[in-house]
Design a protein around this ligand. Structure first.
Ligand code: NDP
Length: 495
């Protein structure tokens, strides 16, 4: 893997979107004329102004998306052509990978290494994966008995889909929704997070350059409480696909009830990463470290509760701390940086307040725990390991969404699984052991949508991802995602 050439790049050299919304295949001012500033969390400087959409803009976007469904996109463009278009969009994104990676890093604070080699490539991969499915979404013939000669199902697009996405993996989260929605023939209104709207806006424009017809993808940045609510309430929208906090997910479910919108929710997590004494400890320590510190810990599936078999607890914590000491926050534009800036000052305050809550409840700060700065600026934070944590402490119960690990000892398999499951979330889990039987037993018994055995944080466009319990419902990626972007219609043919 080669390291990108990016050394430092001021915002002025980035290819920024105008302070406009992307509706109906063109840049258009927000009806209310409002804008908001988006900030580089590594420098605390404004990158640019972004248009702030309101209810009227939602109405315009719905009309454009509906128009596309009733027009060429819905009636003339074949499924195979949709697939070809998605593939062309992927090619164009790949040709502009450095530009998108730079924007993502400036807006989010994540290391350029991640944006360039993980985030944008994963977004491209999702486009290509679902491009392949576009002409393979089929119904089935049904073995029914009755007064007819044939019965079959059709899988049809749901209609206008609203995709509401968070700030931690802006382009990936967007494409995990937009790619399957378009592959299945829907049209999309995307509301990106206010902290990180830039790649979404540029992607809307890029998709159009690749040939996506006007109105098929519309991008509306703006306040969640305003644009988000307007999307959830709008009778012209058939489905909400949301990734974000569990609290907002609950609001969306309640709001969607009025118009019986289809909803899929990918929400928070407090995922257990379980290390048994018989594990390959070098691998387990690396997995524990990347499980929490990759992506600054602003990762819904972060392995934020590290359960360690009590016989190796002391040794493991010591070795993990030694490794973590070498991880210093750095300039996100430096290709060697592996820990960037948290997304905002507010998010860092929240994360630091959790560390304080942990201290007060008796956790021991084994490493880190403090704010940091790079070049005197930025919302950086030391990677933090809290030891002597109990599973019922606030830092073990609640999603922190930052580089803070809670280490909790356990006795045996039964105890590990019981503690892992004693949480409202169920997004992911990890298990480290050389005993294959034990690994599969834990994989079966742990309540989580994804289980990693002897690895952590691995995703693939072909593998479904989503939650149990209050981590949400529905699945992104894989063949299963297609079910959430289509309706099933049963057709009976009479004699
Ligand atoms: P939110 O859940 O508030 O934001 C996610 C998205 O929802 C954003 O686009 C946001 O818009 C939008 N939104 C906010 N309010 C509404 C609403 N009432 N109706 C519809 N859409 C809405 O996450 P936060 O940014 O506030 O982060 C808070 C916490 O949530 C984090 O600390 C973390 O614990 C968790 N989180 C989990 C994520 C995950 O991947 N599962 C991702 C992000 C956060 P806007 O940005 O304009 O507010």
């Amino acid at each position: 893997m080669s390291i990108p050439e990016v050394k430092s790049a001021p915002a002025a050299t980035a290819n920024l979107p105008p302070a406009r919304l992307w509706i109906g295949g063109e840049w258009t001012a927000a009806a209310g004329g409002r804008t908001f500033a988006t900030e580089n969390p590594a420098t605390e400087e404004t990158i640019c102004e972004v248009a702030s959409a309101g209810k009227e803009d939602v109405d315009r976007a719905v009309a454009a998306a509906r128009g596309a469904l009733d027009g060429d996109w819905g009636r003339k463009i074949s499924a195979r052509e949709r697939g070809r278009l998605l593939w062309k969009i992927a090619d164009l994104l790949e040709a502009r990978i450095d530009e998108f990676a730079l924007l993502e890093t400036l807006d989010n604070g994540k290391p350029i290494f991640e944006s360039r080699y993980v985030d944008v490539p994963a977004a491209i991969d999702a486009l290509r994966y679902f491009a392949g499915w576009a002409d393979k979404v089929t119904g089935e013939t049904l073995p029914v008995s009755g007064p007819f000669v044939l019965a079959y199902t059709l899988r049809e697009p749901i209609g206008v889909v609203a995709a509401i996405t968070p700030w931690n993996f802006p382009l990936i989260q967007a494409l995990w929704k937009i790619a399957p929605a378009l592959a299945c023939g829907n049209t999309v209104i995307h509301k990106p997070a206010s902290y990180t709207p830039l790649t979404a806006l540029k992607f809307g424009e890029l998709a159009s350059e690749a040939g996506l017809p006007p109105g098929v993808l519309n991008v509306l940045p703006g306040r969640g409480s305003e644009v988000g609510n307007a999307l959830v309430d709008h009778p012209g929208i058939a489905k909400i696909t949301f990734t974000g906090s569990t609290e907002v997910g609950k609001d969306i479910m309640r709001g969607a009830a009025d118009t019986i919108k289809r909803v899929t929710l990918e929400l928070g997590g407090k995922s257990p990463n379980i290390v048994f004494a018989d594990a390959d400890l070098d691998a387990a320590i690396k997995g524990a470290y990347t499980g929490i510190f990759y992506g600054k810990g602003e990762v819904c599936a972060a392995g934020s509760r590290l359960f360690v078999e009590e016989t190796i607890h002391g040794e493991l914590v010591e070795r993990l701390v030694e490794r973590t000491k070498k991880l210093a926050p750095g300039d996100p534009l430096d290709p060697r940086t592996r820990l960037g800036a948290l997304v905002s000052g507010k998010q860092r305050e929240t994360v630091l307040s959790y560390v304080e809550a942990g201290r007060q409840e008796g956790a021991r700060v084994a490493w880190g725990g403090e704010a940091a700065a790079v070049g005197g600026k930025g919302y950086f934070m030391q990677p933090t390991i809290l030891d002597a944590v109990h599973n019922d402490m606030k830092v073990a119960r609640e999603e922190i969404f930052g580089p803070v690990l809670a280490v909790i000892p356990f006795k045996d398999v039964k105890d590990a699984v019981a503690q892992a499951n004693a949480n409202i979330y169920g997004l992911a889990a990890g298990v480290w052991t050389r005993d294959i039987g034990k690994a599969h037993q834990v994989a079966r018994e742990v309540q989580a949508g994804t289980v990693w055995i002897n690895q952590y944080n691995w995703y693939d466009s072909g593998a479904p991802f989503g939650g149990y319990k209050q981590s949400g419902f529905g699945r992104e990626l894989g063949r299963q995602a297609l079910e959430y972007y289509t309706e099933s219609k049963t057709v009976f043919v009479g004699k």
